[in-house]
Ligand binder design. Structure first.
Ligand SMILES: Nc1ncnc2c1ncn2[C@@H]1O[C@H](COP(=O)(O)OP(=O)(O)O)[C@@H](O)[C@H]1O
Ligand SMILES: [Mg+2]
Length: 312
């Protein structure tokens, strides 16, 4: 198995290291690429708000490939995106020259994107009731403050269609907070919140239709939006196992939790070893090899099923 790339070191100005992505200023000043960011998916993995010590080999390349696939399917037909170029060969020659020595950290895992003012909302869309939505519903009959009909069971498809259920974007290590659409409107303005809600639901609808044709249910997902010259665009990654819950349609049954394509092995293993609260006490977490390998296989499977081709 390939070794995991947990951190990149590129000869460019580092703008941010997120949980998974290293973001650089690409240093380009001319034409359509002026001011672009180089958005690099590493093999880091996080669970329970901790970034784990080891990565999942090739996870970043699979996330990159999946996002690329969805951007092609969904944008610009639903909304424009931040994407300028996803393939090494399409990067400007000056950048390729500058990165020639570190090409292995970039090729197949980095895209050039327009730098946007990211709207401080996680634009979550839920088609099915699960996770924190299910927990809230059991307590109060609501999901993000929105009242739903009584008598829903765990993992049930939400009657009357997918809900826009935003959350705040917390600082690293902190928990995002679920909020109502009204609260989102207070935070970012009614017009912007409305546009984001509409776009997020339209993106979800089109993606869910594609996924369904491949035997996958997208239970819920999270988009991010940004503004460039006053225009709203889709940013960040799109519809990967890190930002979405994918379920197998063949195995789906309401009334219980569903096995998913994402970090289930990682979460189960951490819980078993009392590490699900590691973030609180700063404990470092290293996964054993078999969990790493099984998780890598899950990402590979998600890539294969959704794109219809083998991950190379
Ligand atoms: N076009 C863009 N311009 C500026 N920032 C962006 C853009 N697209 C995504 N981002 C930000 O880049 C970061 C991506 O790194 P990631 O590892 O996913 O971070 P996080 O830990 O917040 O999930 C996120 O903070 C995201 O909001
Ligand atoms: Mg992210």
């Amino acid at each position: 198995m390939a070794t995991a790339l947990v951190s990149t070191e590129l000869p460019l100005e580092l703008v941010a290291r997120g949980k998974v992505r290293d973001v650089y200023d690409a240093g380009l000043t001319e034409g359509e690429f002026a001011g672009a960011l180089l958005f690099v998916a590493t093999d880091r993995i996080s669970a329970f708000d901790v970034i784990l010590e080891n990565g999942i080999p090739d996870k970043g390349r699979m996330l990159h490939g999946l996002s690329e696939f969805w951007f092609e399917l969904l944008t610009p037909s639903v909304i424009e995106s931040h994407v300028l170029a996803t393939r090494w060969d399409d990067f400007p020659e000056s950048l390729r020259t500058r990165l020639a020595d570190v090409r292995d950290q970039v090729d197949g895992r980095a895209m050039l994107v327009r730098r946007a003012n990211v709207v401080p909302l996680e634009a979550i869309v839920r088609g099915y009731i699960t996770g924190s939505g299910w927990a809230e519903y059991r307590r109060s009959g609501t999901v993000h403050g929105v009242t739903l009909p009584a008598g829903l069971v765990e993992s049930q498809e939400i009657p009357d269609g997918p809900l826009f259920t935003p959350s705040t974007k917390a600082e690293q290590g902190a928990h995002d907070e679920n909020i109502s659409p009204e609260k989102a409107a207070e935070l970012v303005g009614a017009d912007l919140a409305q546009k984001i809600g509409e776009s997020a639901r339209a993106l979800y609808a089109k993606a869910a239709e594609h996924a369904r044709s491949r035997g996958i249910i997208i239970a819920d997902t999270k988009f991010e939006f940004g503004q460039v010259d006053g225009k709203l665009i889709l940013v960040d990654e799109v519809l990967t196992p890190d930002s979405s819950r994918f379920w197998s349609a063949a195995d789906y049954a309401p009334g219980r939790g569903q096995a998913s394509f994402d970090k289930q092995y990682v979460r189960d293993w951490m819980k078993e070893h009392g590490l699900d609260t590691a973030a609180k006490n700063g404990t470092k977490v290293t996964l054993p090899d078999d969990i790493v390998q099984r998780t890598a296989e899950k990402y590979r499977e998600a890539f294969r099923v959704i794109t219809g081709r083998e991950f190379a």
